[in-house]
Structures are given as structure tokens and as C-alpha cells.
Design a binder for this molecule. Structure first.
Ligand code: GDP
Length: 358
């Protein structure tokens, strides 16, 4: 199988992470995005990857309506890492930086900045990851008049003066906390350059208000300010990060991986970071989850010959028992195996350091 036609252009899907304080709505927000995508796109709207969910551009633009004109974008869509939170973000690295290209910082609009919000901001700052703030749970503001799934501007204008004033006050508090952390932030519709200023987007994971705006800003941020970083040679040797090492019946130890660069194929020689150092092995099978509807009746995974970035997948290969989550996976391709082993060794030293820091 050749790479997915949607992926053969030079741009890969930006990888999005979700961070924020416990109970501020990270999981609900991801669920809402997935749910909206399924409703808007009917079948094939989202692709459930291993460890991640892909929302293609046409579905993003259906959810976002006028806010996203698909003609303006070269990026194939957005890939959301399914595990929200700081641990996943800090352990999932790519070539020394964060695996995620961009992040959503979720802040409960009535609860404001909390300890893990501060922690998330400094993690994003240290890793230089561009982010937007989803000021979540706007529907809990007393007197809020919901407009389900609507863009937030319309919904915001439709509130009474008192309710809008109440929301403004809470948003300014969040903007103030961001400013104390060294970020200039504003209501997203006033932000001109999302790389210099953090956009704050009022949303509700409950009613879906603001989800169109959130997706539009994520697309805009990736395309306009990170276009060059999103441009990859998809035909190059695959590079990814191990999410997890799991046992699968019939396959033995397998790796759940997010591939962020290049292509990996069945039979490729790969180098994987392990507890005892780099492991050199050969890909026996590449697996992707079947559609939800098929899972009940058939085997859980579908075998594919080739996968291109960005995508989540499962790799079956001999000798993976000692592989390490957070470690690099590299296709050797036409390079010297020894050179790739050395590169993996170097990156492993960093993984060890970041794990000790936890
Ligand atoms: P997480 O710990 O950050 O992943 O937070 P969850 O997604 O588990 O949400 C924590 C609680 O807040 C759950 O009971 C959610 O139903 C609720 N919640 C999340 N988002 C919203 C929202 O936008 N509005 C309301 N009313 N409740 C929300």
C-alpha cells in the first residue's frame, strides 16, 4: 500500500496536546471534538489511531463553518494525542523537543489558574510549544444562555450585559495570570499574531460553544506560523516516539508509536530506545485499529504495509520487551545502522533525564 493520498503532499498533520489542571475539562474537550467530528463528517470523519485521533481538514472545516475555509490550508487536518496531561506531554518527546507541535491549555473559566495550570504554562514555556487557552465551562456562568455548537463570538454577543461582564472579568483574570507568567494574551478575536500573543478562546465542552473557534485557531496557528515546521519529507525514513509497550496476542511485545516524520514500512530495519540501550530489530507488522463498528466482529487490528507521518500505529517486531515508553523509534533506511544507534543513544540520555525530573 502506498502512503495515504491525503498525506503525500509536503505537509504533515500537526500534533496537538491538551494540558491543564485536573477537572478543568481536558478529557471532555477531546471527547466533544471527537463527537462533533463524527456528527459532521458521518462515516470516516475521524480516524482513531493508536494513541491519537485524526480529524481531517474537511471535517474541521465543517465543524468550524465560516471560520475555516479549506482552500486556505495545506495541512491535512489535526492529530490530537488522546492522553491529556503533563505526564504524557513531558514524556513524549521528539528529537529533544516536545512531540506535540501545539497545545491547548484548558482553564476552567470559573476556577481560573490552579497549581497544575501554572505547571502547564511553565512546561509549555520551557519546551517553546505554541499554545492557545481554552477558557472552558462558559456554560456554568450564572445566567448563561447557551447556543450549542455555535462559534463563540455569536454566543458571546447574545448574552446579557451582566453575563458578558461576568465572563469578561474571569477572562481578564486568566489573561492577567498569563501575563504574570510572561505571556501577552488577549481574547482570541483581537489577536493578530498567534505566535507572539496567546489567544484565549471561551468554550464549553458541554454545549460545544467555541469548539469551531478553537479548531480554527489551531489550524491557523499551525498553518500560518508553523508552516515550515509542518513541511516534512514524508518519503524519508520514519521517526517516532514510543507511547507504550504492550503484549498483543499473536504478535508478542508491540510498540504503540506516534510517527511524526517520514515513512515506516513492513520489513524496515528500526532502532528503538530500550532500558538496556538501543534495540536494533526488523518490523514484522504495522497495525492500525479497525473501525469501531468492525471491532466487535473481527480482529482488533488491521495490518498495513506502510504508514506516513503524522500518525499513531502499533509496531510488531522481535526483541521489543525492553523498549521504553517515551523513547525514540527510527527507521534506518539507507543510513549506517551504527549511526542511527548512536543518535538513538543520545536521545535516550535525554529521555532518562526527563523521567528522573518527574
Ligand atoms: P479533566 O480532569 O481535565 O480531564 O476534566 P474532565 O473532562 O474529566 O471534566 C471534569 C468535570 O467537569 C466532568 O464532570 C465534566 O463533565 C465537567 N465538565 C467538563 N467540561 C465542562 C463544561 O464545559 N461545562 C460543564 N458544565 N461541565 C464540564
Amino acid at each position: 500500500m502506498s502512503p495515504d493520498p491525503a498525506q503525500t503532499d509536503a505537509f504533515r498533520t500537526p500534533i496537538v496536546a491538551v494540558l491543564g489542571h485536573v477537572d478543568h475539562g481536558k478529557t471532555s474537550l477531546l471527547d466533544k471534538i471527537r463527537g462533533s467530528a463524527v456528527i459532521e463528517g458521518e462515516s470516516g470523519a475521524i480516524t482513531q489511531h493508536i494513541g491519537a485521533t485524526a480529524v481531517p481538514l474537511d471535517v474541521v472545516s465543517k465543524i468550524a463553518g465560516d471560520l475555516v475555509d479549506p482552500e486556505e490550508f495545506d495541512l491535512p487536518g489535526l492529530l490530537f494525542i488522546d492522553t491529556p496531561g503533563h505526564h504524557a506531554f513531558t514524556t513524549l518527546r521528539a528529537r529533544g523537543g516536545a512531540l506535540a507541535d501545539i497545545a491547548i491549555l484548558v482553564v476552567d473559566v470559573t476556577d481560573g489558574f490552579q497549581p497544575q495550570t501554572h505547571e502547564a504554562v511553565s512546561i509549555l514555556q520551557d519546551s517553546e510549544t505554541p499554545f492557545v487557552v481554552a477558557a472552558n465551562k462558559v456554560d456554568t456562568i450564572p445566567g448563561w444562555n447557551p447556543s450549542p455548537d455555535a462559534p463563540i463570538r455569536a454566543s458571546y454577543e447574545a448574552q446579557s450585559d451582566r453575563v458578558r461582564g461576568d465572563l469578561d472579568e474571569r477572562l481578564y483574570e486568566i489573561i492577567g495570570d498569563l501575563s504574570d507568567a510572561g505571556f501577552s494574551a488577549d481574547f482570541y478575536w483581537r489577536v493578530k499574531n498567534f505566535r507572539q500573543n496567546v489567544g484565549v478562546i471561551p468554550v464549553s465542552a458541554e454545549t460545544g460553544e467555541g469548539i469551531p473557534d478553537l479548531l480554527a485557531v489551531l489550524m491557523g496557528l499551525s498553518q500560518r506560523y508553523m508552516g515550515e515546521e509542518m513541511e516534512v519529507d514524508i518519503s524519508g525514513p520514519g521517526a517516532g516516539t514510543v507511547l507504550e509497550v504492550t503484549e498483543e496476542r499473536g504478535f508478542g511485545s508491540t510498540l504503540d508509536v506516534i510517527l511524526y516524520d517520514g515513512t515506516i514500512e513492513e520489513g524496515d530495519e528500526i532502532v528503538v530506545g530500550g532500558t538496556q540501550g538501543p534495540i536494533v530489530t526488523t518490523v514484522r507488522a504495522l497495525l492500525q485499529p479497525r473501525d469501531l463498528a468492525e471491532i466487535r466482529t473481527e480482529k482488533r487490528f488491521e495490518q498495513v504495509e506502510s504508514v506516513s507521518a503524522a500518525m499513531g500505529l502499533k509496531i510488531a517486531a522481535p526483541d521489543l520487551k525492553e523498549a521504553l515508553s517515551g523513547a525514540p523509534v527510527r527507521v534506518v533506511g539507507d543510513r549506517e545502522t551504527e549511526a542511527v544507534v548512536e543518535a538513538v543513544q543520545e536521545e535516550l540520555a535525554e529521555v532518562a533525564v526527563s523521567t528522573e525530573e518527574e
